[in-house]
Each structure stands twice: as C-alpha cells, then as structure tokens.
Design a binder for this molecule. Structure first.
Ligand code: SAM
Length: 280
C-alpha cells in the first residue's frame, strides 16, 4: 500500500471508506451519510420530511449520549482526564508558534475567541481565558454548560446552549461580532460532512482570524461510533472537507503529548482562502 506523510495511504481519497466499532467495512462516506441522515422513518411523509427527521435523530442521539456523561473533565474526555494538562500546554505552544509566532504574550491578547462543543469549559478554563480578553462558549448539553458557568463565571462573556449545526452566529436576531479565533476541539466528529462544511463557510471569523480544528485522526477513511453518533476522520478526509469549505490549512501539526494507545491527534490552523480572481 503506498504511504504518504503521517502513514496515511495515498488511496485515501473521496469518497472515503469507513468502518464501524468492530472494524467491519461500512462503505463510502457519501452513501453512509445518506443512509444515516435520510432514514425512511415514516411512510406517510415525503423524502424531505424524512430527511429532516433522520438528521434530527442523528444529532439527538449524539446529545442524548452526552446527557448521560458526568459533567467532569474525566467525563468529557472519556476517562482520559489526565491528558488535559499536557493538552493545555500544547495549545499554548500552538498559539505561540503556529498562530502568532511574532507575538509577545506577557499580556492578554485583545482578541475574541469562541470555544465550541466546549463540554464543561475545559479548553476555556485551561487555555483560552488565559490568553484572550474575550471568550464565548458554545455547548448543547445543559448540565455541561451549567458546570462551565459555575467554573468560569464571568471569565466567559456569552454562554450559548446550542448545537454547532444550528448555531447562526447571531444573538437575539443580531449578528455577533467576528471572532479572532474559533477553537474546535474533540467535537467535530458529531457533525455530518455537509454540516461541517456549512459551519466553516458561515463561521463569523475576522479577516485576519483563524479557525483551529484539533481532532483525532484515524489512519484512513473514517471510523463510526454508533453510541454517540460521531465519526473520526482521517487526515485526507479533513483536508477534503476544508477544501470544500474554501478554507486554507496555514499550519498543521501532529500531537506528541498523548498516550500512544489513543487515536493520533492533529491540529489544523485554518484561514478562509482568498476569493479566486475572475478570469478576464
Ligand atoms: C469529547 S467532548 C469534548 C469537550 C471539549 N471540547 C473538550 O475538549 O474538553 C465532546 C463535546 O461535544 C459536544 N457535542 C455533542 N454534539 C454536539 C453538537 N451537535 N454541536 C456541538 N457540540 C456537540 C458534547 O456535548 C461534548 O461536550
């Protein structure tokens, strides 16, 4: 099998092929998403209505899973709460070397960050609120966001109890000011390809701002976890998504601070690609 940097095989191309929790092949991603999101749930309604219900079910199952998880760092990290300190240190290095290499961080940055799929506010409390003047937090699970509020109090400006696929970057009908950094960590596998691409396109990020995606990588295709309605994507799969969304990977790095038995973790620093010049 031909290999490329990071150990992924060069035949890992769209449509990416997946496996389930027992490593059984489940076919290509386009057919997978069609199958899980457009279930024939009701015979008395048309396809559009079934698609809406299928999608609701996918996301409902995800949130339901997390509704039954303890509102603790260990809970949101699936029993690996001990990696949180090393993760926070690594996030600081990412900020200093991959995002603002010229910057001096003796003082807090006059910048706005959004922590999404934030769980109990772990990334905000160990990292974002230490470096950013203003931090907002988005999380759909009620008891997680309540824990985040109790821990972070007014260190976070706005708490949005919402799902990423529905978040409109508005509050009370008014558009939110743009963010300098939108930090997406260990949660984007909950979103379908279409919703992930749509999120990247509509995210309110300033012209000189970044979207950071720090996520598990499988070596090829995708792994489906039917318990929490999520998938783990390969490096090639992520890069395909970014391309579809018009995002440029300005920096990326494989983590070297996590236990070897876990999935590899990769951070992507993204910027919106400049609009293509029209040919004369
Ligand atoms: C593995 S935890 C990670 C939490 C946090 N990012 C961290 O690193 O500590 C995944 C989080 O994604 C959240 N989540 C699940 N479905 C989501 C959705 N549709 N939109 C946004 N977040 C979601 C879960 O509630 C949970 O808090």
């Amino acid at each position: 099998m031909p290999e490329v940097e990071g150990g992924e095989s060069s035949d890992d191309v769209y449509p990416f092929h997946g496996v389930d929790g027992e490593n059984n092949p489940i076919g290509p991603c386009d057919a997978f998403w069609k199958r899980v999101l457009t279930k024939k749930i009701r015979k008395d309604v048309d396809d559009d209505e079934n698609t809406k219900e299928g999608k609701l079910l996918w996301y409902h199952q995800g949130v339901e899973y997390w509704n039954h998880v303890d509102a603790t760092v260990d809970g949101v990290l699936g029993g690996f709460g001990s990696v949180s300190g090393a993760d926070a240190k690594e996030n600081e290095r990412i900020l200093r070397t991959m995002m603002y290499p010229e910057g001096e961080f003796s003082e807090i940055l006059e910048k706005r960050a959004l922590d999404v799929g934030a769980g109990v506010g772990r990334v905000s409390s160990t990292f974002l609120t230490k470096f950013f003047r203003s931090v907002d937090l988005l999380e759909p699970v009620h008891h997680f966001i309540e824990k985040a509020k109790a821990t972070l109090k007014d260190k976070v400006q706005n708490y949005f109890e919402e799902s990423l696929e529905e978040f409109s970057f508005e509050e009370d009908g008014k558009a939110l000011a743009g963010y300098d950094v939108i930090w997406i960590q260990w949660c984007i596998g909950q979103l379908s390809d279409a919703d992930f691409i749509d999120l990247l396109k509509r995210a309110k990020v300033n012209a000189d701002g970044f979207i950071v995606v720090k996520e598990n990588n499988c070596s090829k295709g995708f792994h489906w976890d039917d318990q929490d309605s999520s998938i783990t994507r390969s490096d090639n799969y992520f890069r395909w998504i970014f391309e579809q969304a018009g995002m440029e990977v300005v920096n990326s790095k494989m983590s070297d601070v996590f236990p070897k038995e876990l999935f590899a973790v990769r951070t992507y620093v993204l910027k919106r690609s400049p609009p293509k010049k029209k040919s004369q």
